[in-house]
Design a protein around this ligand. Sequence first.
Ligand SMILES: Nc1ncnc2c1ncn2[C@@H]1O[C@H](COP(=O)(O)OP(=O)(O)OP(=O)(O)O)[C@@H](O)[C@H]1O
Ligand SMILES: [Mg+2]
Length: 486
Amino acid sequence: MTTFQSLGISQPIMKALEKMGFEEATPIQEQTIPLGLAGKDVIGQAQTGTGKTAAFGIPMIEKIDKKQRKIQGLIVAPTRELAIQVSEELHRLAKFKGLRTLPIYGGQQMDRQIRGLKDGPHIVVATPGRLLDHIRRKTINISEVHTAVLDEADEMLNMGFIEDIRDILKAIPEERQTLLFSATMPKEIRQIATTLMRSPEEVKVKAKEMTVSNIDQNFIEVHEKQKFDALTNLLDIHVPELAIIFGRTKKRVDELMDGLQARGFRAEGIHGDLSQGKRMSVLNKFKSGRVEILVATDVAARGLDISGVSHVYNFDIPQDPESYVHRIGRTGRAGKAGVAISFITPREMSHLHLIEKVTKSKMKRMKTPSIDEARRGQQQITVEKLVRMIDKGQLEDYRETASEILDQYDSVTVLAAALKMMTKERRQTPVTLSSVQPVSVKRQSKYKGNDNRKNYRGKGDNKRSFSRKPKPQGRNRKFQNKRGSN
Ligand SMILES: Nc1ncnc2c1ncn2[C@@H]1O[C@H](COP(=O)(O)OP(=O)(O)OP(=O)(O)O)[C@@H](O)[C@H]1O
Ligand SMILES: [Mg+2]
């Protein structure tokens, strides 16, 4: 057990950690906080939900001079929701030090952000597109940044973002400390990463599998046309506290949401075509439990930390094993248990094996659920309610009527009628989804520009092309013409 105290963390942050209920450091925190404090560049890789945010956040906060009202720490994250979440976590960590943190992302009014920037934040957490807009308009000054973090680093250095990241890093002094974190770090991306850093220390938390062991990983083999019924049956059997269902495209997400609502589930969708206001309201409803099922594209695959997500369903199997790791990692966080179920059509079985091979984990075959099992699942909820009522007692006022009924009918019939009355029977509204192509085992390049990439970004973040090839530039060459101008 490593205490935060033994890592040499200052009093204001210790106080914040105590308030947040962090008792001991997680392995990635234990290993990277000292390096971060020593000013080293770090590539940190650790499984989903193991506290990478605080691992880069704590040393960044420690090194910030509160009196200097300049942006000293910059974090770049791939989605708006993640930028907001990371900013909130850093705000909590820096609370007693009194630092200001500001999220900057697309879909929010520019002038509001400009006002926020004029307020003198010490730390900015940004999505790349909007940050570049501010840099080009000269509405942000990042020339005093001494610590830069790429959260979800492999995603940030992937085809869709790499040029933006290079442009952003050019606006930061070369003497900066650069920290890269993710649960996945394909070799090719790691190589690109080192060109942006100064002799980085690579920290990889030792684990046999890329995924956390507290996620129970399953798959069902199911034909495309039977997927939707299988999904609603599973939902009735599992009764998740909160569930995320991943679909391949925005259209798919919309159709799934409509279908689930038609069958009486409290489901809402999130993807890059929705307005920022809508994205936020859906996510907030989900966090508060007013919506039980979040249907999402990969826009929600990375980094999001929502407590209570007990189940993740891959309605469509993701193209990349990395995406699989991040998607299922929305459950089983901070040591909690979680369940993941992936739907695989017979033609996609080889893709499943590829994912298992890359992630070094195994998915258990789950049999396709039947409507009878689903019914029993629904009845089970009623039975549990009934048992709770029995345990509670206070039934005296009902006993006389109860025995009168039992004089006339047998007990099983009476109880069956009561259960039927109390059970919310599922509407079996027929739902047909548009057909989709199965995922092919032929992997696209790591530097892909696939459909998910487009899904990832919201409107207005799409301006920059996805197809630009990463230029093979070394750090020195890249910064040569920049020298002196910072
Ligand atoms: N030392 C700790 N003790 C207890 N809880 C912690 C600790 N560190 C982080 N947490 C909590 O664990 C959860 C997961 O942390 P975080 O979001 O940083 O994970 P992550 O490693 O970045 O995951 P991902 O790869 O999905 O982005 C958060 O709710 C966070 O507040
Ligand atoms: Mg994270």
